[in-house]
Write a new protein. Structure first.
Length: 186
């Protein structure tokens, strides 16, 4: 239903984002091809994603916990495999990857507190009670980080919802990590 765009046919306002994607990934991911049709959405996605990765106080693994929690909760058939590829490529712990793909608790208590907090933010649309916020802070996170999680979730809202609307096909690098939400498995 949604068209994919390239440098040849994208709106001119999307060309800087396409160049940025090509520089960052070496190819134009299919999600980015779809976003090419909406320059503001494309830029918002790239900017929030970059802000979360480059300007928050989370480690790369913690960032992936936030991303993958959103991917799982939003049932993103495209982003779970994509981030599985990234986490595997970066040699992140296989047990953490598996837990995130299956929606299961992470053995590491601090990472599990982060996963739980991100999931609660999504499930409750930000309306957490004091006990839930304190559990996150008591796990060793800060008030700053409680708000920084929102940046990661914002980028995932754009990508997860785009992929749901567009039924984005997987990129070749993600095919070995294809995923179906546990609730949809037969």
């Amino acid at each position: 239903m949604f068209k994919s765009y390239s440098q040849k046919d994208a709106p001119k306002e999307s060309l800087p984002q396409i160049e940025r994607s090509l520089k960052n990934y070496g190819f134009l991911p299919k999600l980015h091809q779809v976003l090419g049709g909406a320059p503001a959405a494309y830029q918002a996605y790239l900017d929030t994603f970059a802000l979360f990765e480059q300007q928050t106080t989370f480690t790369p693994l913690e960032q992936q916990v936030v991303f993958m929690t959103a991917n799982y909760e939003n049932n993103c058939h495209y982003c779970v495999p994509g981030h599985t590829f990234l986490m595997t490529f970066k040699k992140m712990p296989a047990d953490v990857i598996e837990a995130l793909r299956e929606g299961l608790p992470i053995k590491d208590a601090k990472l599990e507190a982060l996963r739980t907090y991100a999931r609660q933010l999504l499930d409750k649309r930000g309306h957490l009670d004091e006990r839930e916020i304190k559990a996150f802070l008591n796990a060793g996170y800060t008030e700053r980080q409680a708000l920084e999680v929102l940046v990661g979730l914002a980028s995932k809202l754009i990508s997860n919802f785009t992929n749901s609307l567009a039924h984005t096909e997987l990129d070749e690098v993600s095919l070995p990590h294809a995923w179906v939400h546990p609730k949809d498995r037969k």
